[in-house]
Design a protein around this ligand. Structure first.
Ligand code: CA
Length: 234
């Protein structure tokens, strides 16, 4: 989801069957957007509001699946990027990712909450092995799966020329960090072009998973221009 006027961008990748996953994803996204647009006044404590919003999203998804057995087992990843003044703020749960390209180098700003990431951090797997590991779908934290969820919060300075990328694992399963950096570095002028190219690259890699990407470029005066990329109908 991209709401450049509010400085708000997010990816929520649903799980638990296609229909239920879509419900979890949309419920998480609309909860975050509603709370941030309503409560993020200029003097607000942004990390605190982000954390409360993510906890609220967790509760609503959890409640929804408790009340409808057809939705049992659903959940969602959640990676939120919010701009306020000169800064960016991230709230994150699950195995979607936030990246930042600055001066040509790409950094992943989030840690995946997954078994394979744990193995990677402990030196058991290489990063390039994560997407093909048989247990890659074992996620250790998600929104709506439990009554409580722990949320990672990050923040930093946003600089003119920075490009931020939020993406579901449908992108990173097929496209390596080097591939992502190559596309973001290609000096395309519009975030939409970058988003479409990333989706095309993931489709070419043949991943069966749904692909969601959001690309945000920081222009002069720290204004954000963002675009969402999703595969079109087959
Ligand atoms: Ca996925």
């Amino acid at each position: 989801m991209a709401n450049p006027d509010a400085g708000l961008f997010l990816v929520a990748d649903g799980m638990g069957g296609h229909a239920a996953g879509e419900i979890a994803s949309q419920l998480a996204a609309s909860t975050i957007e509603g709370m941030l647009v309503r409560e993020a006044s200029p003097d607000a404590n942004v990390p605190e509001i982000l954390r409360l919003a993510a906890e609220e999203a967790n509760q609503r998804v959890f409640e929804a699946q408790r009340q409808d057995r057809a939705l049992s087992g659903m959940g969602s990843t959640l990676t939120v990027l919010f701009f306020r003044g000169e800064k960016y703020y991230i709230a994150h749960v699950g195995d979607s990712r936030a990246y930042r390209l600055r001066n040509g180098s790409l950094d992943q700003l989030t840690r995946d909450h997954s078994l394979v990431w744990h193995l990677y951090e402990n030196g058991v797997l290489r990063k390039t092995d994560l997407s093909t590991h048989p247990q890659k779908n074992l996620i250790t934290r998600s929104v709506g799966s439990h009554p409580q969820v722990e949320i990672d919060l990050e923040q930093g300075e946003a600089c003119e020329g920075d490009i931020f990328l939020l993406c579901s694992d449908g992108l990173t399963d097929g496209v390596t960090d080097d591939g992502i950096r190559g596309i973001l570095n290609a000096r395309l002028s519009q975030p939409q072009q970058m988003a479409d190219l990333l989706v095309d690259a993931a489709n070419l890699a043949g991943g069966p998973d749904n692909i969601t990407v959001v690309v945000v470029r920081i222009a002069a005066n720290n204004t954000t221009a963002g675009a969402e990329g999703k595969p079109g109908p087959p």
